[in-house]
Ligand binder design. Structure first.
Ligand SMILES: O=c1ccn([C@@H]2O[C@H](COP(=O)(O)OP(=O)(O)O)[C@@H](O)[C@H]2O)c(=O)[nH]1
Ligand SMILES: O=C(O)[C@@H](COP(=O)(O)O)O[C@H]1O[C@H](CO)[C@@H](O)[C@H](O)[C@H]1O
Length: 329
């Protein structure tokens, strides 16, 4: 491990116990805090997460000023459940209509950032099954304590619930098989991040609005690489949040996710001038499933699009964004 990374690991890694909620509230002062949940078909879990944030971090502890769920083209009752639990719900495709509608988690995050006003922003996945408010206070603690910090990622143990059994430390399959190798090969300065693809992270709006958002699952890798270049490693940190249990996607979906992440890495290597390629990689992935005696191919598009830094969007910088709220109280 690079000496700078060893030092970073020692000095920029903390844990939730270091950030007691009352101390975090005391450090809030005049900061405005937004929590954003990207949610596609998360009806079973989004209400419990929103409810805990609302109860523990808005009613009991006036820490969170804005609680937004971005409904990312859900087919279930995600929007209704989130609104009933107390979130403002933003329709992903209802924002910035003039810039087209893209798909993916990163699109939901970019629209959520556009739809909120906090100078500190916390992103939390909406499929967590063991959410605890310390996920939010742990991520905010370092940012409130150290103005030189720009971005804090969660890290945790990631058990893999596999039907009736749970395999400890087996989650984060795309992290271990794709993202971590890519990071160590091409961005070893980031090798100290225990969970580079963690879906829980917080940052200063002044920094987040200055980087592009990859619209698909490459968003976490894209943000880490772009923030490393924009703010530098010492402006980044991580907090041990303990254990994170979430809904798992099937292997073929993770295969497409891996494609997003590889294409995102390729795009950053191109941008850095480290990879000169005569032709762009393909954007079609063929996967297979058995149908009797034959293997049925299934093609899917795996492509990387990205949204520009929000500060390049006139409606955003003018503060004139109409924020459509579906189902909000
Ligand atoms: O197009 C999408 C895909 C995902 N998500 C949300 O992003 C988070 C992480 O996505 P997912 O659970 O699919 O990824 P995993 O955690 O399985 O890697 C979840 O809250 C999803 O609902 C989203 O808002 N829009
Ligand atoms: O870390 C991973 O390998 C993937 C899949 O996790 P599991 O193997 O289902 O535990 O989950 C993460 O990756 C996504 C892409 O970056 C993030 O958007 C998710 O928030 C995160 O859960």
């Amino acid at each position: 491990m690079l000496p700078d990374v060893s030092r970073w690991l020692r000095t920029r890694t903390s844990r939730t116990a270091d950030w007691p909620p009352d101390a975090v509230l005391a450090a809030k002062r005049d900061h405005r805090i937004s929590v954003i949940l990207p949610a596609r078909d998360e009806e079973p879990t989004v209400g419990q997460i929103v409810g805990r944030i609302r109860r523990d971090l808005q009613e009991r502890l006036p820490l969170v000023d804005e609680l937004v769920v971005v409904d990312s083209r859900s087919h279930d009752a995600t929007a209704r459940v989130a609104a009933a639990a107390g979130a403002h719900v933003v329709d992903q495709d209802g924002m910035l209509r003039g810039y087209g509608a893209m798909t993916g988690k990163g699109e939901a995050l970019w629209k959520g950032l556009a739809a909120t006003t906090g100078d500190l922003v916390v992103f939390v996945d909406a499929d967590l099954r063991d959410f605890d408010p310390h996920f939010v206070t742990g991520l905010l603690g370092p940012l409130l304590a150290d103005p030189s910090l720009a971005y804090v990622k969660g890290c945790y143990d990631r058990p893999l619930a596999d039907g009736p059994t749970t395999r400890p430390h087996s989650g984060g399959r795309v992290t271990e098989l794709v993202a971590r190798p890519l990071i160590n090969l091409y961005w070893p300065e980031l090798a100290g991040f225990v969970q580079p693809l963690a879906g829980e992270y917080a940052g200063r709006r002044a920094v987040l609005e200055r980087v592009p958002f990859v619209t698909g699952y490459g968003v976490e890798l894209g943000l880490l690489v772009d923030l490393l270049h924009l703010a530098g490693l010492t402006a980044l940190a991580q907090v041990d949040l303990g254990v994170r249990v979430h809904s798992h996607q099937p292997t073929d979906a993770l295969g497409r996710m891996a494609g997003h992440i590889m294409l995102t890495a390729w795009s950053r290597l191109q941008r850095e001038g480290r990879l000169v390629s005569a032709d762009r990689p393909g954007e079609l992935m063929v996967q297979f499933h058995r149908a009797g005696h034959v293997w049925r191919p299934r093609e899917s598009r795996v492509d990387v699009h990205e949204r520009p830094p929000l500060i390049t969007i006139p409606e955003y910088t003018a503060g004139s964004l109409p924020v459509p709220q579906r189902g909000s109280r």
